[in-house]
Design a binder for this molecule. Sequence first.
Ligand SMILES: [Zn+2]
Length: 112
Amino acid sequence: MGKIIIEYLEGKKIYACKNCNVHLSNQDYLTSKQFTGKSGTAFLFEKGVNYLTGIPEDKRLRTGLHTTQDIMCIKCQTYLGWKYLHAYEQSEKYKEGKIILEKLFLTKIKWN
Ligand SMILES: [Zn+2]
């Protein structure tokens, strides 16, 4: 195992891993709250930090066929959501490179 380097996001309204509080993304990167993950409500983010990615897989989602890879926390390795690598439908191309984080696995830091 290599050394884990954890990034810390600047500013307020940060979303972090509920299990270990590692920063994952923030409100500036939040694109949509209208997604559904394995556990229920999920958020789409422009980008994030401190996550590991799994093996790319083709998955048929409600909105068509996509290539995705699971996302896990870099520190505690809890499953968090997935990353969109490729969308086969033209209308879904905007998701490419973006990440889904499931609400159940997130906590909010510095929202006051
Ligand atoms: Zn974690």
